[in-house]
Every structure is written in C-alpha cells, then in structure tokens.
Design a protein around this ligand. Structure first.
Ligand code: SAM
Length: 405
C-alpha cells in the first residue's frame, strides 16, 4: 500500500495522511475485489500496467465534496472584480475564468450564476471547469443536482436558475452555456499547454490534499496561468499557504482572494531606496482628488479614457481596484510614467510609503523632469526622515523652473 500511496502522490499530488491511510487501504481492497485479484501484490502489478485502473483508483480516493456557493463571499467578490477592475480596463473583453478543481460543477456554475446576477451576459465570460475525476465531470455536464448540493439558508438562486425534476433540480441552460468541462490533472507535465491567461482562478479545497512538493508546483502553475491583475480564490484553510508562495490578500473580507505579488521591477528601471526608509512611519497624503494631482498631460501610450477610469476609481476610494487597473495597464502596455506616478499616488494614499517611493522613482527614471513626481517624492522622503535626498530633489525641481534657465 505504501507503493500505491507514493504512486498517487506522484500522479495527483495526494498526501495520503490528508485523507487517512485507512481510506487508501479500503480503496485498494475495493479495487482488488472489483478486478478479481487475489491480493495487493497482484493489484499493484495490474495498477502499474493499466492506465484505466489508475484512473479507477483515483476515482475511488478523491474527495468530490462540493456545493453551490460554497464560501459565498468569493462569488460576490468575483462579480465585483469583474465589473470594478477587469471590465473597466477592457470594456469589450470576454472574461476568462478557471475552476480547478471543479468537481461535479457546483463551483463553476455558482461563478456563472454570480456573474449573470451581476448583469453580465453569459457570452461575455467563459469558465474552464477542470477536474481529474471523470465521474465528477460527467455529473457536472448533466447539471442535475440533489439536495446535498444546496446547503445553507440562502437558496433563492435555486428558484431563479433551476427547474425541479422529482427530487432533483435541473440547471437552466444560460448558466451552463459559459462553462466548459474538461478532464485534467493539475500535476501533469503538459497541463493546459499554451493556455491563454485567466482573469480569475478558483482553486479551492485541493491544495489541502496535496503534499508540500505538489503544493509548491501547483501554486507556481496557478501563478503562471493568472493574469497580472487576476484573482486567485482559495479555501479558508489554504490562505496561509498561498501567502507563503508569492500571493497577497485582496481586499474583500470572506472572499479568500489573492493576487500575485508585483514582480520586482527590473534593475534598469529603479533606483535603490535609501536604507532609512526601512524604519519609515506611515503618513497618508492629504486627500486631494487624484484627477487634480496628475498634472502632466496624458502620454499618448495611455488612452485618456483609461486614465479617467482609473482616476475615477481612485477618487471613489477604490484604491486597490485602481492600483490593479494600473498594474494591468503596465503589464499589457509596458512602462508609462503617467501610470507609475498614479500608482505612486495610490500607494501613498494607502499609507504604503515604500511602494509609493518606488513608483515615484520609476516615474522619474522614465520622465526625469516630472515635476509632480519630484514634489511628491521629496515630501515623502522628508516624512521618512531622509531630508538630504529630499533637498537634492528640490534642487532638481528648482533647476526645472523657467527662471532658472
Ligand atoms: C473537495 S473537491 C473541491 C471542489 C471545489 N473546488 C470546491 O471547493 O467545492 C476536490 C476535487 O479535486 C479533484 N482533484 C484531486 N486531485 C486533482 C488533481 N491533481 N488535478 C485536478 N483535480 C484534482 C478531485 O477529483 C475533487 O473533485
């Protein structure tokens, strides 16, 4: 059985201890009996020779437990982000989402219902629903569910989107339209080769069953599949794990949503902030509307309406959403002094001076005569106690004044 445990670990990442060794023992016993094999050794030989049997064993050991709107907050956050971030920056885009593992479909269909409820027609989004279990996928494709899939008190969605069929409920076609089921093993070497990146990935209640090596591999893969401004949703028990692998929490309470940490800017684009910043005190800027703080005319690479959208978000106090829209802009259009400066303002207002300083410096690298960035950076450095650096910047500012020429 130990050999079988390691095979399952190598194939689907399963940590035998997570489901209990006796569960695997029982599964092996059951499969040996079904295959009419006399003992475990004979079963092991059969298992090594037959991919079909390996799949059968996988079907027996996986935990397909799931239900509609499990951890409700995630679906509200998904709809909010769809409108507040992704569609604002790309109004005509089709949103791409991944539910992995989707089990029998309750999760991807909940995503679909949440988005339709928020006013998004099914043709504006696509959800790839992937799981290693063919049995679970078949149930998802049929989209007929029993009482166990509906838990908790908030079941109004069932009246809106399901038709009762005896003791079961059949899901309406528009909710199904955007969901595509596919068999896949997250740990396969050629898992989703060449897939376009996703705006959102739901990977919930899978990592908890993985051994540490599989967890790391899986999170690295999820990071590769996620767009820079995308959101990764995990289960409550998996939050610490993703935070220790390069993800930071997003702002919705109860959503367990994360985004990728910003990649460190390339050395060519940064100056190293002075060490004195390490003991910085956080001081927020006075709240002057972001629209008034931009100053410089919008660069041709930044579409005016995108800038308006991002500053509007910031002025409405949706700082995180505005910062994400900036990050998305930078990742799709390349460096822009205007966007980096705005990101600096946002981080400054959020009370994140180290990040703000970094973005102001990046702005000045791209546009050395950016007066507003010089002013803000000098102010911030003063607050950090680095008045020598602040004075140098003010001298630089004075040299830019027409009277100086
Ligand atoms: C507990 S369910 C989670 C379903 C859903 N995400 C949720 O949170 O309700 C776990 C699912 O993970 C699937 N699974 C296990 N190992 C997998 C792997 N290596 N690749 C893809 N799916 C896997 C199982 O088949 C099972 O359906």
């Amino acid at each position: 059985v130990q050999k079988i445990e390691s095979l399952l670990g190598r194939t689907i990442g399963l940590d035998a201890a997570s489901i209990g060794r006796s569960t695997i023992e029982r599964a092996v016993h059951e499969r040996s009996r079904m295959c009419l094999l006399p003992d475990k050794d004979a079963y092991w030989e059969h298992l090594c020779a037959s991919a079909t049997e390996l799949q059968q064993l996988i079907e027996t050991v996986v935990v397909p437990e799931t239900w509609f709107f499990r951890d409700h907050g995630a679906f509200a956050a998904l709809a909010d982000t769809a409108h507040g971030i992704w569609l604002r920056s790309r109004p005509s885009a089709t949103l791409r989402m991944l539910s992995l593992p989707c089990s029998s479909g309750e999760e991807p269909y909940s995503m679909s219902m949440a988005l339709i409820d928020s006013g998004l027609p099914p043709e504006r989004f696509r959800i790839d629903a992937i799981d290693v279990s063919r049995r679970a996928l078949e149930k998802g494709r049929q989209a007929v569910y029993g009482r166990n899939s509906f838990r908790g008190a908030q079941l109004q969605f069932r009246d809106r989107y399901f038709e009762a069929a005896g003791t079961t409920y059949r899901l309406a076609e528009p909710v199904r339209a955007a969901v595509r089921f596919e068999r896949g093993n997250l740990l396969d070497t050629n898992f989703l080769p060449g897939a376009a990146l996703y705006d959102a990935i739901f990977c919930r209640n899978l990592l908890i069953y993985f051994d540490p090596c599989a967890q790391t591999k899986a999170i690295e893969l999820l990071a590769r599949l996620l767009k820079p401004a995308g959101a990764l949703f995990v289960a409550p028990a998996e939050t610490t794990l993703v935070q220790s692998h390069g993800f930071s929490p997003m702002r919705w309470p109860g959503a367990f949503a994360f985004r990728k940490d910003e990649a460190p800017p390339s050395p060519a684009h940064t100056e190293t902030p002075p060490a004195s910043q390490a003991k910085a005190h956080i001081t927020a800027l006075p709240r002057i509307p972001f629209t008034q703080q931009l100053g410089q005319p919008v660069a041709p690479s930044v579409k005016a309406e995108q800038m308006v959208d991002i500053t509007r978000l910031a002025d409405q106090g949706q700082l995180e959403a505005a910062a994400e829209a900036c990050a998305f802009h930078l990742s799709t259009n390349g460096p822009s002094a205007q966007i980096l400066y705005l990101l600096g303002l946002i981080r400054d207002a959020e009370g994140r001076p180290i990040d703000a300083i970094r973005h102001y410096r990046q702005t000045l690298y791209l546009q050395p005569a950016h007066k507003e960035a010089l002013t803000q950076l000098a102010l911030l450095l003063d607050k950090q106690g680095d008045s020598a650096a602040a004075q140098l910047l003010r001298a630089r500012l004075r040299r830019l004044e027409p009277s100086h020429a």
